[in-house]
Design a protein around this ligand. Structure first.
Ligand code: ADP
Ligand code: G6P
Length: 464
């Protein structure tokens, strides 16, 4: 069996399985996927250095070997804060109004991808399978090939691939896609992203794609597929039995004093639809004043990418909105919104989810959204809560038994909240068991296996 070399910008160096933080779905999923295979995880340490040396910090933790490098401050500014998070992230989440196209960002992005390639290449062995992750590293495969890598190299995009009419606003869009086509296998979260990418290749590059979603490109055989990511079901359920999870559940149940709890758990990111969600909850309280004393909305939102202005703004906006709604609706002994800017251990999240009647997940765009799946997994089968889910999360196509809402519409969210609060036990059980089946079957292990098998399997096909 070949060794698996996983590459991503962010590498989670575990501080123990219960560690708290806001690392996002990629780190959570890859940590789990790697524990299952004897692999190496390569990426940025999250630290800065005055001069890039390419020295690696190797660690072995929890069965996973991590190899990380430090980057220079200019790299971090142009590559991570710049091209990745001020250009690609907003564009790929259809926020073209926030996307900034700056030459320095593009240069920094190329430079850091080159630095990744330069450091990673000597570490690889000829029969390693190399699996590159996410929008920070689109050009890495091409950079490795230029250095002579003949390995099977796969790429998985954790965020949506945008529609063609938006994507073409990116300067040098064609160059970016041509570098992506250097991979042997390109994975997306859902069919919509896959279609968007294929349509671009057909219309803009004039490429022919077969019914099997493969194409011949510059003498190589390249395959495109959707591989919806999942949670580490077994690990999450195991954590749910812990003292920490039970204690967290008790904290919410006791302090909510019988009120019906709505929970949101998101990185503080404009793609998560948080201001729209707060407005919808405000409207719910205005429209149904009799429900104010019977409801508690807990929003956990740890800060993310705080060097980027749009992330600082969203934080201010939310503080204002939470303050306004609480100011208008609170009593001396009752506050309807608890807004918390910190991370929690995953076991604690399990307890919070379990104590909540409603899981409110309303991103404006999301590659998948693992929180939706975690909420489902944490429910009590005898008295499950209701998932309210945005139609624009990748998870929506996998979880149709949720109450699917339009996150831009306050009315749509309000109606779903009422329906969820009033939903009879039998209907809750029915919907939940359908959701649970999908969450269990499409877990992170299934995702990893499907991708790796496709990456290996496609190798058997004739090249060129
Ligand atoms: P994204 O990757 O965009 O952040 P996902 O919903 O796919 O969104 O993944 C988020 C992951 O981060 C989930 O596994 C979730 O449990 C975790 N997470 C989110 N907020 C917190 C928090 N406050 N504390 C700890 N973990 C969090
Ligand atoms: C999303 C992205 C990941 C990223 C995570 C957290 O899940 O797809 O690539 O790691 O957000 O963001 P951060 O910028 O803190 O790594």
């Amino acid at each position: 069996m070949s060794r698996l070399v996983v590459v991503s910008n962010r590498v989670s160096v575990p501080k123990g399985r219960g560690a708290a933080g806001a690392q996002g779905g990629l780190a959570v999923a890859l940590g789990s996927a790697l524990r299952e295979s004897r692999g190496v995880w390569f990426g940025w340490s999250g630290e800065e250095t005055d001069h890039f040396t390419g020295d690696m910090n190797m660690q072995r933790n929890d069965g996973v070997t991590t190899a990380t490098i430090d980057l220079e401050p200019q790299d971090v500014e142009e590559y991570y804060n710049g091209y990745a998070n001020r250009t690609l992230w907003p564009l790929f989440h259809s926020r073209i109004d926030l996307a900034e196209y700056k030459t320095d960002f593009g240069r920094g992005y190329e430079r850091v991808n080159e630095r990744f390639a330069e450091t990673l290449f000597p570490l690889t062995e000829v029969d390693d399978l190399i699996w590159v992750h996410d929008y920070h590293l689109f050009p890495l495969g091409e950079r490795l090939r230029r250095r002579g890598a003949k390995n099977r190299i796969g790429f998985f995009l954790h965020i949506p691939w945008p529609p063609r009419n938006l994507f073409v606003s990116l300067p040098y869009h064609e160059r970016l896609v041509r570098t992506v086509l250097e991979y042997d296998l390109i994975g997306f979260q859902d069919e919509e992203s896959l279609e968007n990418f294929e349509l671009y290749c057909q219309k803009e590059l004039g490429l022919e794609i077969g019914e099997d979603h493969c194409l011949d490109y510059e003498g190589r055989h390249v395959c495109l597929r959707a591989f919806p990511i999942g949670i580490d079901f077994d690990e999450f359920m195991e954590g749910g039995k812990s003292k920490q999870a039970k204690e967290a559940e008790r904290r919410i149940r006791e302090s909510s004093r019988g009120r019906s709890v709505i929970i949101g758990v998101d990185r503080l990111d404009y793609s998560k639809g948080l201001p729209e969600r707060f407005d919808a909850v405000g409207r719910f309280f205005d429209t149904y004043p009799e429900r104010v004393t019977k409801t508690l909305y807990v929003q956990i939102a740890p800060p993310s990418r705080q060097d980027v202005v749009s992330y600082q703004r969203i934080r201010e906006t939310l503080e204002q909105k939470a303050g306004q709604i609480n100011g208008a609706q609170s009593e001396v002994d009752l506050v309807p919104i608890r807004y918390v800017n910190r991370g929690y251990a995953r076991r604690e999240l399990f307890g919070f989810y379990r104590a909540s009647r409603i899981g409110l997940v309303t991103p404006l765009r999301d590659g998948m959204n693992l929180v939706a799946k975690e909420y489902v997994a944490a429910q009590d089968p005898e008295d499950p809560g209701v998932l309210v889910l945005s139609q624009f999360a990748g998870a929506a196509s996998q979880l149709p038994s949720a109450l699917i809402v339009n996150p831009h519409s306050e009315e749509s969210i309000c109606e779903a909240l009422v329906q969820a609060q009033d939903m009879p036990l039998e209907e809750r059980k029915q919907r939940w068991s359908e959701l649970m089946e999908s969450v269990r079957a499409n877990d992170v292990e299934f995702w990893r296996k499907s991708f790796v098998e496709a990456l290996v399997g496609d190798a058997a096909q004739p090249k060129g």
